[in-house]
Design a protein around this ligand. Structure first.
Ligand code: UDP
Length: 234
């Protein structure tokens, strides 16, 4: 399988067509952005780490009954995926208060939530991905009720599986972002799952092991990404 034409370049990935019209290749880059891309940088080796971590987590989720766009890892930076039409929503699940939720509601980071907080953000950079609810989604015709039910059910399944997986590895899954796509009339999990899209804290010390090291200039960024890869693959 080979890349034919680049059809999209995002902040952290490029997307290519292949000789098979139902299959795309996503290439993971080392570029890092934060705060609506006002902060930019490079995390050397990040693309390789995120490709390998996403591969492992998509495989795990498939086993748990979550359909994903993952087909296979082709090499260090490239993953073959099913062609989907991305639903323009960023779904976030939160187990511990951090980041956007702490800011929005004036809460301390680190408060453990009694039950997960489930959010939709409209995936639209020019509007800064605003927080929206089911009726906004309906009004904007971003997804049907049936699709939203599936997205919610799958998101909770992902949270249960990943919380358990990371917990066994001495990491707390604080929060994460998911994107879904339509593939032959079915909703499946797309995009990536990596330290770029999850907050992971070492249990006890609460050491941040994710993109907050870049966002907040905490140092040891490359080393921490490599450490998470090792933990995930162990
Ligand atoms: N997130 C992401 N992409 C985004 C926004 C958020 O992957 O465009 C992830 C982020 O890494 C975190 C979770 O979603 O794990 C919740 O992010 P939050 O809403 O707190 O926003 P942030 O503080 O990252 O701006």
């Amino acid at each position: 399988m080979k890349k034919i034409k680049q059809i999209y370049e995002g902040k952290a990935k490029k997307l290519f067509t292949t000789e098979n019209e139902d299959i795309y290749i996503q290439e993971f880059k080392d570029d890092a952005t934060a705060f609506d891309a006002t902060k930019r940088g490079t995390i050397h080796g990040k693309g390789v780490v995120n490709n390998k971590i996403s591969t492992k987590l998509f495989q795990l989720l498939e086993k748990e009954g979550v359909p994903t766009h993952f087909i296979e890892m082709l090499n260090d930076r490239d993953m073959a995926v099913k062609r989907v039409e991305i639903v323009p929503l960023e779904v976030t699940m939160r187990n511990i208060v951090a980041g956007g939720m702490a800011k929005l509601l004036g809460l301390e980071e680190g408060i453990i939530l009694d039950e997960p907080v489930y959010e939709y953000h409209y995936k639209e950079d020019s509007l800064h991905d605003p927080l929206i609810n089911n009726s906004h989604i309906k009004a904007l015709k971003l997804a049907t009720d049936e699709e939203l039910n599936t997205i919610k059910e799958l998101s909770y399944k992902v949270n249960d599986a990943l919380k358990e997986f990371f917990s066994q590895k001495n990491l707390d899954l604080v929060d994460f972002k998911l994107e879904f796509g339509r593939c032959k009339g079915k909703i499946i999990l797309a995009d990536e799952i990596s330290p770029d899209t999850c907050r992971l804290w070492e249990k006890g010390s609460k050491r941040k092991m994710d993109k907050d090291r870049f966002r907040r200039d905490l140092g040891n960024i490359e080393e921490t990404y490599q450490e998470v890869l090792k933990i995930v693959l162990d």
